[in-house]
Design a binder for this molecule. Structure first.
Ligand SMILES: C[S@@+](CC[C@H](N)C(=O)[O-])C[C@H]1O[C@@H](n2cnc3c(N)ncnc32)[C@H](O)[C@@H]1O
Length: 472
């Protein structure tokens, strides 16, 4: 293995690990806040204070600097792979101080030139620019403002104040932290030492948490782009690590029945779906028309946050993001790495992101989404999983939020029922499809807590489309 390849492997491994650490910091802090809220409700303020101060703030405190370190680590990697013509040299041609900020400009300049640099071809250079610029994609201007204030005080290298930024806490006994959200004094007493901080805590956790989530999503996409660089890809198989990381979490039924299937079917999926809708929804443009009709049922509004649950190869999520035209947020959650790979190669649209995950544990807080869709996925799941997915869809929907669920159906006419029954038998979904029909899709949606608004059948009655809402 040449030096560049081995460097790329080591560096990228470290980068991915720091990304996972970032996720842990985020998850610990959000979990601790939930615990604190529960104690608040029980009026146990000392306990709530403990969870906020020592767990939530501690992990959030780690999140921000780690995020900036991650950017710098990526800059080190790109800079080293560009040797011997290093991108950030000093006067003697040696790198003295490489950082994300210092790399971007020379990197963009190199990408505009005709040459390759070290192990980076010209197209690698372009990919690196896109990857580096992608960090922070999707942040609102308010979010950017919050982060700028972090950086203004150089908090990513020297960290005074982050505790205070998220300090909304109390503790009794010998160590006390007194805060006042609307007052002017924050006093921190630790054993015999103490210090007073005048001024309001400037940041509230509720404001910072969504910013952190966007940062994680954009970092995920940027790392994917970086991984498309030839040397890095050769040295490091990200999907292996992700598969291993998720192995314990990947739903059992999925691993047994679907993982292998989608590893090859992902590539045939789009043409198959197109052909299906061509045949059963009026010829050319059948798929587009059908998906548009699903989106129409959502009644999208500018600024909506939309979730596509089990987003597959991303066609619907992309159309949703296009419809929002940059004025909102669309997230596709999908368990299959192969399906996601196809999705991520498609059109990039502002406000659209894909995450790999099990829809039984959607990594968003309660009531986060205004609208959601589940399209053609529930019939592939055993009953318990369907129930879990619908319960999660309910949890992340805001009160009054709408969901549109489209599923396979059994047509009333015998010859149609026989035709589609034959089609179902050709793939592994047959038992779960039968079970879903037996239990009744609308029953299951209602049992999850939604109120049914409307039910239609389309495509020779082979699809049922249910619109429902989470009651206020
Ligand atoms: C038939 S495809 C539908 C894809 C997409 N919704 C569409 O409209 O084209 C079903 C998708 O559900 C995904 N899936 C199955 N179980 C899942 C789970 N527990 N969490 C997330 N995705 C899941 C599969 O990997 C597959 O991509």
């Amino acid at each position: 293995m040449d030096l560049y390849t081995s460097l790329a492997g080591e560096y990228f491994h470290a980068i991915i690990r720091s990304y996972y650490d970032l996720i842990s910091c985020y998850a610990y802090s959000v979990a601790a806040e939930k615990v604190a809220k529960r104690y608040d409700a029980e009026k146990r303020s000392a306990h709530a204070g403990y969870w906020r101060m020592y767990v939530r703030n501690y992990h959030f405190h780690m999140f921000v600097p780690r995020y900036y370190y991650l950017l710098d680590y990526c800059a080190f990697l790109i800079n080293e792979l560009s040797a011997p013509q290093k991108l950030v040299p000093d006067k003697q041609g040696e790198p003295r101080y490489v950082s994300y900020d210092r790399l971007l400009e020379p990197l963009s300049r190199a990408a505009k030139g005709q040459d390759s640099r070290g192990a980076l071809t010209r197209s690698d250079l372009i990919d690196s620019v896109n990857a580096m610029r992608g960090f922070g994609d999707g942040l609102s201007s308010q979010g950017k403002g919050l982060l700028r204030r972090f950086r203004d005080v150089v908090t990513h290298r020297y960290l005074p104040g982050i505790d205070v930024m998220t300090a909304s806490t109390e503790r009794e006994g010998s160590r006390t932290r007194v805060h006042s959200r609307h007052g002017r004094l924050v006093r921190i007493t630790q054993g015999s030492g103490s210090y007073d901080q005048y001024g309001l805590p400037e940041f509230r956790f509720e404001d910072l948490e969504p910013v952190a989530r966007v940062l994680l999503l954009s970092a995920d996409q940027s790392l994917d782009k970086l991984h498309s660089i030839g040397t890095i890809k050769k040295a490091f198989c990200r999907s292996d690590i992700e598969a291993n990381k998720n192995r314990g979490e990947v739903a059992d039924y999925y691993r047994r029945v679907w993982e292998g299937w989608y590893s090859w079917f992902a590539y045939a999926c789009d043409p198959f779906v197109k052909t299906f809708f061509f045949l059963f929804n009026g010829g050319f443009g059948g798929e587009r028309r059908w998906r548009e009709s699903i989106i129409d049922r959502l009644d999208l509004q500018p600024g909506d946050k939309v979730l596509d649950i089990c987003s597959g190869t991303g066609t619907l999520a992309i159309m949703l993001a296009r419809r929002l035209a940059g004025e909102g947020e669309t997230v596709g959650i999908e368990i299959s790495a192969s399906q996601l790979k196809v999705a991520r190669k498609k059109e990039k649209i502002p406000g659209l992101s894909f995450i790999q995950g099990d829809a039984q544990q959607i990594p968003f807080s309660d009531s986060h989404f205004d609208k959601s869709v589940i399209c053609g996925a529930l019939h592939e799941m055993p009953k318990k999983v369907r129930q879990n997915v619908l319960a999660e869809a309910y949890r992340v929907a805001r009160p009054g939020g709408r969901i549109v669920i489209s599923e396979h159906n059994k047509p009333g006419q015998k010859w149609k029922a026989t035709l589609f029954d034959l089609m179902e038998r050709l793939n592994p979904e047959y038992p779960t499809y039968k079970d879903m029909l037996k239990c009744g899709l609308t029953n299951e949606i209602e049992l999850a807590g939604f109120r049914i608004l409307k039910t239609d059948v389309t495509c020779w009655d082979y699809f049922q489309v249910v619109s429902a809402e989470k009651q206020i």
